[in-house]
Ligand binder design. Structure first.
Ligand code: XBP
Ligand code: MG
Length: 249
């Protein structure tokens, strides 16, 4: 007998919102501001997204392209801090809306008494800026948040999910994660949490073996998603419960 769904865990980048191009632009602006003639185009960034976390991504790229570089850590820290400021400024303009269906499912889950949490490799300030702009300044209070700063290892390690399970005192079998990437799916599955994947242009076509369902987005009545077996065009809490009920603990 499977556990009923008690907690919905949201990934942030690529799942709540299509933030990655804003991250990429902010990185490129921070490179220019630091006087570096580096530029991450879309095709390179797609490859780099396999490394979770902005600092880790930059450190990985520098180690590959500038192996002789000294004192990388200090440079990475400074550039990443500037990139974070630029990214949040971009979010505050409202340039990055929530993905289809996200605001509706958050509201439905809240009304249904389902606990909601966030598991992300990005920084807490980015989560506050995104949700604050999209849903209002108090919106973050509706979530238990596990962000980059709270754990030692980023996705695909399960640390953010394990941190949440410990904090929530809810068994993994009573949770459902929504992720957009292979590393996100691996992280949730390593914590034994059933996972639905909504892809985006950065992750479409990747191998999501192990996901309960793979969709282009959660859909809304006026913006239906593809690939729902029942043809309804959008995901609601009833469907999330049905998928979760089919998951093998
Ligand atoms: C995806 C990421 C993030 C962002 C960059 O996060 O890998 O690292 O690309 O964020 P999510 P920072 O787990 O939400 O999908 O630069 O703040 O690290
Ligand atoms: Mg993601």
């Amino acid at each position: 007998m499977s556990e009923p769904l008690r907690c919905l865990i949201w990934d942030v980048d690529g799942t709540l919102a299509d933030t990655e191009d804003a991250h990429r632009h902010a990185f490129n602006e921070a490179f220019a501001a630091a006087g570096a003639d580096w530029h991450w185009d879309r095709s390179l960034y797609r490859q780099l997204l396999k490394i979770g976390g902005g600092k880790e991504r930059l450190r990985h790229w520098l180690a590959e392209t500038h192996p002789q570089g000294a004192n990388l850590d200090d440079m990475v820290r400074r550039i990443h801090a500037d990139k974070t400021t630029r990214f949040q400024t971009r979010l505050e303009t409202g340039a990055v809306p929530l993905r289809p269906g996200v605001a509706r499912v958050i509201a439905e889950a809240r009304a249904a008494g389902i606990v909601q949490a966030i598991a992300t490799t990005t920084h807490r300030g980015n989560v506050d800026a995104l949700l604050g702009r999209a849903l209002g300044p108090d919106a973050v209070n509706g979530f238990i948040i596990a962000a980059a700063d709270q754990v030692a290892r980023k996705k695909p390690a399960p640390d953010v999910y394990l941190w949440l399970l410990e904090r929530l005192k809810i068994p993994a079998a009573a949770c459902l994660a929504i992720e957009d990437s292979v590393i996100g799916l691996a992280s949730a599955r390593a914590a034994e949490i059933a996972t639905v994947v909504t892809v985006n242009p950065w992750t479409e076509g990747d191998d999501f073996t192990g996901a309960l369902a793979v969709l282009d987005h959660l859909g809304d009545p006026d913006h239906p998603c593809r690939a729902l077996a029942d043809g309804s065009g959008w995901v609601d809490v009833g469907l999330l419960r049905a998928w979760h009920g089919r998951s093998v603990p």
